[in-house]
Design a protein around this ligand. Structure first.
Ligand code: ADP
Ligand code: MG
Length: 635
C-alpha cells in the first residue's frame, strides 16, 4: 500500500499566506491560472530538451513534447499534463511547498494592497494560482529517467501530502499531470470552448503544442511556433502583445517592441519589449532582466546576467543565437565573448530605439522616463561606452522647465555668462524646489536641475561635465553668479549695475559666529546664494554632498557627520540687526552677549531644519528658543 509512506507536510509560512490571499480575493482574471500552468509545462519541456543535450537517454526515445488539456465536467476536474522533466519527491516538496525567492514579504504586501493577481506570475509563484479556481489540486509526477512516480495533493489550506504514486496512477512515462477539482464558481473553466479561447489568448505562441482532448478527438489549440523567428510582416500587434504577456507574466501592453534578426559575424535574432508600466520589483536587489536565452531555438536559460546590462533590467523577451554550442554550460556563459558582443549590440539597439522615441514622441517618452529613468541612470556610471547616448536620453525636473528637460535643452536656455550646469538633490523634486539654496539662482534666472533619485548622487561624479560645462551642485562650494546677467537686464546692460553696499558689521558678526559655533561648523561665510532666507548650510567644494551623506546615513553606510559651512545672508534684516547689535552699545551688558550666542545656535539649527535634517540637541534648541521669545515679549 502506498498510503503507508504518505507524508503530511506544511507549506512554508509565506506560501500559506500567499494561498490565503489567492483563495480569498475576488480576482477578475482568474483565467490566468491556465496561462501559469501551461507556462510551467512548457518550461518543464524546455528543461528536459536542454538536459537531453548531454543525457539523451532521459528522453527514452520520445522527443515529441506535448501539453495536454482535458476537462471532465461530470467529475468537475480539469487536467493539465506534460511530458517534460517531471519532479521527484524532493522536487515536489521544494518547488510546490516553498517560495525560493527572497523579498517575499514585500511582494505579499503588494499583493494584499493591490489585490492584483497578475503579479503572481511575475513573482514566480504561478503554480499557486491553481488555488484561485480549484478546491483541491493533485499533482502526479515522474522525473525523467527515474522509476518512481509521486503524488502531491493539497486543498491549499496549510498542508499538503506527498506519497509514492500507486501503480495505476503511475501511467506517466515521464512528466507531470495536474488534476484540479474545480470550485463551484469556477465551473466555467470546464467548458472546452472557454479553454480554447483562453489558450489562444494567453498561450498561442508557446512553442510546445497545447492539445485539447475531447473524447477521441485531439486538437492543437496554439500556433506553437517561435514567434521571434517569423517575419515581422506576419505578426499582428495582438500577437506581439500576447507574447509579451507570456514572457513577462504581465497584463499590461508593451510600450515598445524590438524585433530583429542580425546576420553578420554573429547571428542572432531577438524580440524584446519595454513594458508600459513599472514592475513592482524594479528596485528589488534580486530583480533580473526578463530576457530568455535560446540557442538555435532551444531554450537555454532565463537567468543569464551577461545577456543584458542591469540598467536595462526592465526588458522582457527572447534572444536566440546560432553562435553558441547547444550544450553550453552555465560557467561557459560567464564572460563569453559571443554573449558580450550580443549584449553590446542589443544595448545599442535598445538605446537607439529609445532615442527615436524621445525625438518623435516626447510625451510618451517622458512617461517612460518617469518609470524607468532611475534605472537607466545607473548606466551613466556603469557603462562608459554608452554614457554619451544615455546622457542625451536623460530627463530632469528643473526650476525653469515645464515637465522634464534634457541637458541639451538646459544648455540652450543658459543665460549669457553662465558657464556651469547646476543641480540640487533631495528626497523629492517639489521639496527641493523650495530650498533656500535656490533663491540666488531664481533671482538671476539661472536654471537648476531638481534631482531626487538616490542614483543621482552616483552618476554625477562619473559624468562630471556635459558639452564641456561642469555639472555643479547648488549646495556645494563657492557660488559666483556675478557674471550672469540679471533676469530682466537688457542685453549689453552692465551686469553688476548696482554694487552692493557692504553690510556694516557683517565681518564682525561672522567672526562672532565662528567663535560661538566653534567646531559645529567648518566656516561661516557671506552668501551669494540667499536672497530671502537668513542662513543656509553648504558643503565645502571637496566634501561629500549633504544629500548623499544623508542617504548613506539612512542606509547605515556611514555614521560620521561632515562639518558644513554656514552661509549667512548679509542683506537679510535679521542678519543686519544682529550685526548692528553686536557692534553697537550693549545696554544690558553680558545679558546681550548670551542672547547673541543663543541666536548664533538658533541660526545654525534653523539652517539644519531647512536642510531637512534633525536638530542634534532638541533640548538646547527649545531652551534657546524659549529664552529668545521671553526676551522678545519681555516676560
Ligand atoms: P516559476 O515557474 O516561476 O518557477 P511556479 O510557482 O510557477 O514558479 O512553479 C514553481 C516551480 O515548480 C517551478 O520552478 C518548477 O521547478 C516546478 N514546476 C511547476 N510545474 C511544473 C511542471 N509541470 N513540471 C516540472 N516542474 C514544475
Ligand atoms: Mg511558473
Amino acid at each position: 500500500m502506498s498510503d503507508v509512506s504518505e507524508e503530511k507536510l506544511s507549506f512554508q509560512a509565506e506560501v500559506s499566506r500567499l494561498l490565503d490571499i489567492v483563495a480569498n480575493s475576488l480576482y477578475s482574471n482568474k483565467e490566468i491560472f491556465l496561462r501559469e500552468l501551461i507556462s510551467n509545462a512548457s518550461d518543464a519541456c524546455d528543461r528536459l530538451r536542454y538536459a537531453a543535450l548531454t543525457e539523451p537517454e532521459l528522453l527514452g526515445g520520445d522527443a515529441d513534447f506535448k501539453i495536454h488539456l482535458a476537462s471532465d465536467s461530470k467529475a468537475g476536474t480539469l487536467t493539465v499534463r506534460d511530458n517534460g522533466i517531471g519532479m521527484n519527491r524532493d522536487d515536489l516538496i521544494e518547488n510546490l511547498g516553498t517560495i525560493a525567492r527572497s523579498g517575499t514579504a514585500a511582494f505579499m504586501s503588494q499583493l494584499e494592497n493591490k489585490g492584483d493577481a497578475n503579479l503572481i506570475g511575475q513573482f514566480g509563484v504561478g503554480f499557486y494560482a491553481a488555488f484561485m479556481v480549484a478546491d483541491q489540486v493533485k499533482v502526479t509526477s515522474r522525473r525523467a529517467g527515474e522509476e518512481q512516480a509521486w503524488n502531491w495533493v493539497s486543498d491549499g489550506k496549510g498542508n499538503f501530502t506527498v506519497a509514492p504514486a500507486a501503480e495505476d496512477e503511475a501511467d506517466l512515462a515521464r512528466g507531470t499531470r495536474i488534476v484540479m477539482t474545480m470550485k463551484k464558481d469556477a465551473a466555467e473553466f470546464l467548458d472546452t470552448a472557454r479553454l480554447r479561447k483562453i489558450v489562444k489568448a494567453y498561450s498561442d505562441h508557446v512553442a510546445i503544442p497545447v492539445i485539447l482532448s475531447e473524447g477521441d478527438k485531439e486538437d492543437i489549440l496554439n500556433t506553437a511556433s517561435a514567434i521571434w523567428l517569423r517575419p515581422k510582416s506576419d505578426i499582428t500587434e495582438e500577437q506581439y502583445t500576447e507574447f509579451y504577456r507570456h514572457v513577462a507574466h504581465a497584463f499590461d501592453e508593451p510600450w515598445l517592441h524590438l524585433h530583429f534578426k542580425v546576420e553578420g559575424v554573429i547571428e542572432y535574432s531577438g524580440l524584446l519589449f519595454v513594458p508600459k508600466s513599472k514592475p513592482f520589483d524594479l528596485f528589488h536587489p534580486e530583480r533580473r532582466h526578463g530576457v530568455k536565452l535560446y540557442v538555435k531555438r532551444v531554450f537555454i536559460t532565463d537567468d543569464c546576467a551577461d545577456l543584458v546590462p542591469p540598467y536595462l533590467r526592465f526588458l522582457q523577451g527572447v534572444i536566440d543565437t546560432e553562435d553558441l554550442a547547444l550544450n553550453i554550460s552555465r560557467e561557459m556563459l560567464q564572460n563569453n565573448p559571443v554573449l558580450t558582443k550580443i549584449r553590446r549590440a542589443v544595448t545599442k539597439r535598445v538605446l537607439g530605439e529609445l532615442t527615436k522615441k524621445a525625438d518623435k514622441a516626447p510625451e510618451e517618452y517622458a512617461t517612460f522616463w518617469g518609470d524607468f529613468g532611475p534605472v537607466l541612470k545607473e548606466g551613466l556610471y556603469e557603462d562608459a561606452d554608452q554614457r554619451e547616448t544615455l546622457i542625451e536620453l536623460a530627463r530632469f525636473a528643473s526650476t525653469e522647465a515645464e515637465g522634464l528637460t534634457s541637458l541639451a535643452e538646459y544648455v540652450a536656455r543658459m543665460p549669457e555668462g553662465q558657464s556651469e550646469i547646476f543641480y540640487i538633490t533631495g528626497d523629492d523634486a517639489e521639496a527641493v524646489r523650495r530650498s533656500p539654496h535656490l533663491e540666488g539662482f531664481k533671482a538671476k534666472g539661472v536654471e537648476v536641475l531638481l534631482l531626487s533619485d538616490p542614483v543621482d548622487e552616483f552618476w554625477i561624479p562619473a559624468v562630471a561635465t556635459y558639452q564641456d560645462k561642469a555639472i555643479k551642485s547648488a549646495t556645494r562650494g563657492d557660488l559666483d553668479l556675478s557674471g550672469v546677467a540679471a533676469k530682466d537686464a537688457e542685453p549689453g546692460e552692465e551686469t553688476e549695475s548696482e554694487p552692493e553696499a557692504p553690510t556694516p558689521g557683517a565681518e564682525a558678526l561672522i567672526a562672532f559666529l565662528k567663535l560661538a559655533l566653534k567646531d559645529a561648523v567648518k566656516d561661516v561665510r557671506p552668501s551669494a546664494r540667499l536672497t530671502d532666507s537668513p542662513v543656509c548650510l553648504i558643503a565645502e567644494e571637496g566634501d561629500m554632498d549633504m544629500n548623499l551623506e544623508r542617504l548613506l546615513k539612512q542606509h547605515r553606510q556611514i555614521d560620521m557627520e561632515s562639518k558644513r559651512v554656514l552661509e549667512i545672508n548679509p542683506k537679510h534684516g535679521l542678519i543686519r540687526g544682529l550685526a548692528e547689535r553686536l557692534g553697537g552699545d550693549n545696554p544690558s551688558g553680558g545679558d546681550d552677549n548670551a542672547a547673541l550666542e543663543d541666536a548664533a545656535w538658533l541660526l545654525l539649527d534653523q539652517a539644519r531644519i531647512l536642510q531637512g535634517e534633525a536638530v542634534p540637541d532638541p533640548t538646547a534648541f527649545a531652551r534657546r528658543l524659549t529664552a529668545i521669545v521671553q526676551r522678545g515679549f519681555h516676560i
